[in-house]
Write a protein that binds this ligand. Structure first.
Ligand SMILES: [Zn+2]
Length: 460
């Protein structure tokens, strides 16, 4: 079982800032692509998970046990159970409550008519400035709880997202809207594990969710080849967020610090947000854990054609240099921006078929050809971030089968994307080094404290 605790000095305020997460997610999904098959290494003969896991002893105060452990308790004994309201509540107005569910093709108007609710009341609801934006857009599966007396609507409740509910009630002067907040709490949890069969098995044995295991692999995607380089007795320590609400855990959040010891070499990573709140992982010294470019911008099944200046073209059967790498993948497989940059071309280009070209810093351009479809955010002039989806694998133009043709150019000169020296992503800027040092010090202290799993530590 994992131990949850609060790290006293952990900058909670930072963690609560809304972070744009898609970037990290995309990088993780890349790592998953590159590493998924790889996560199983050295499978034991019995096919049994034999990962040895040691956990360090907690000295920090423990919070109440997670909700899952309370499942057998009667509701009134479970600490997380909602308490009966203690304050006096105004007497419930007359009427009944009906949950409306939006079906495909529904508008609110239709929904109201189907349930014989007043459409005039709906118009009055939609006239509420605060409520209208949350009522006008409905999608199949959305639900509304309507408080009504026959056709007459007395009020409405709609859960907007994880942390907010819209409530409309009859007030003195007609409908009034307010929002209920359901704050989430971020708790930190930690785990350590040691690899005996596979990284994935060790992660599960350490109590990590699939998502956290994949995020961990994503952080190290640049340093460790999870297909080829994982060895028995490699170990990891991870400090990660858990998202709790009303005494129950909703899900795992981001990893905030990690250490991976691979073949005796130790890699530490800490999470730190940029000025826009977009977080990346850095070494304790403030260097980025990632490179400025993905080595392969697609989850490929195989390299179907390498960079080769003297190749015979497979379709044209004439000698034509192959100035990129072909990654075979299923039609529709997402293609990611290899690095941060700007879309300078998006459209059909002769034999390349549907193609996107990105301009990056350092006079690097990357080209992605034979797409089945160009991504909706790959519009000329638009900025993209590393890992953003810019299109989907296809076989448009001159292609013998679905694949991504990928080119990497420096000052207009084609380089082999598989071997070119990739620049490092930006380190923590000098102006923020002090802030970085202060923010990550408690995380690094925590990694010091976690250290290798007990079994290894005892063997030293
Ligand atoms: Zn090609």
């Amino acid at each position: 079982m994992r131990h949850d605790y609060k790290l006293k000095d952990y900058p909670q305020g930072r963690a609560r800032r809304p972070l744009r997460r898609h970037h990290v997610a995309a990088v993780v999904s890349f790592a998953v692509c590159a590493g998924l098959v790889a996560l199983w290494v050295d499978r034991p003969a019995e096919g049994k998970q034999t990962a040895e896991v040691a956990r360090s002893v907690q000295t920090l105060p423990l919070p109440p046990a997670p909700a899952a452990d309370q499942a057998h308790l009667p509701d009134d004994l479970a600490p997380g159970a909602p308490a009966a309201p203690s304050e006096t509540v105004a007497p419930e107005p007359p009427g009944e409550r009906t949950v409306l569910e939006v079906r495909s093709g529904d508008s609110l108007d239709r929904l109201f008519r189907r349930h014989d609710l007043s459409v005039a009341d709906l118009q009055r609801l939609l006239a509420l400035k605060e409520a209208a934006p949350h009522l006008k857009r409905v999608r199949p599966g959305d639900t509304f709880e309507i408080h009504h007396d026959g056709a007459s609507v007395l009020g409405l409740t709609r859960r907007l997202d994880e942390t907010r509910t819209l409530v409309v009630e009859q007030g003195e002067a007609g409908y009034e809207a307010r929002f209920l907040e359901h704050p989430v709490e971020i708790r930190l949890a930690q785990a350590t594990g040691q690899i005996t069969s596979s990284f994935y098995a060790a992660g599960l044995a350490a109590g990590l969710s699939d998502g956290t295991i994949m995020r961990l692999a994503g952080i190290y995607a640049w340093d460790i080849d999870f297909a080829l380089e994982i060895r028995r007795d490699d170990w990891f320590a991870v400090v990660y967020e858990e998202i709790w609400q009303d005494g129950a855990k909703l899900r795992d959040g981001e990893i905030v610090a990690a250490e991976f010891s691979n073949q005796g070499r130790s890699f530490r990573a800490v999470r730190f947000p940029d000025e826009d709140g977009r977080a990346s992982y850095y070494t304790p010294e403030g260097d980025s854990m990632r490179k400025a470019f993905l080595r392969a911008p697609v989850d490929f099944t195989r390299v179907s054609s390498n960079f080769n200046p003297n190749r015979l073209h497979p379709v044209l059967k004439t000698k034509r240099p192959h100035r990129g790498v072909d990654y075979a993948a299923r039609t529709g497989t997402p293609i990611m921006a290899a690095g941060d940059g700007k879309v300078i071309s998006a459209g059909t280009q002769g034999g390349y078929g549907k193609t996107v070209v990105l301009q990056h810093g350092g006079n690097v351009t990357t080209l992605y050809a034979h797409m089945s479809r160009i991504g909706s955010n790959a519009k000329v002039g638009r900025r993209v971030k590393q890992g953003d989806i810019i299109g989907y694998v296809g076989a448009t133009g001159l292609a013998s089968g679905p694949h991504l043709h990928y080119e990497y150019r420096v000052n207009g000169v084609h380089k082999n994307p598989r071997t070119v020296d990739l620049p490092k992503a930006e380190p923590v800027p000098a102006a923020r080094r002090a802030e970085f040092a202060a923010a990550v010090a408690p995380l690094i202290a925590e990694l010091d404290r976690l250290g290798p799993p007990l079994r290894l530590a005892a063997a030293d």
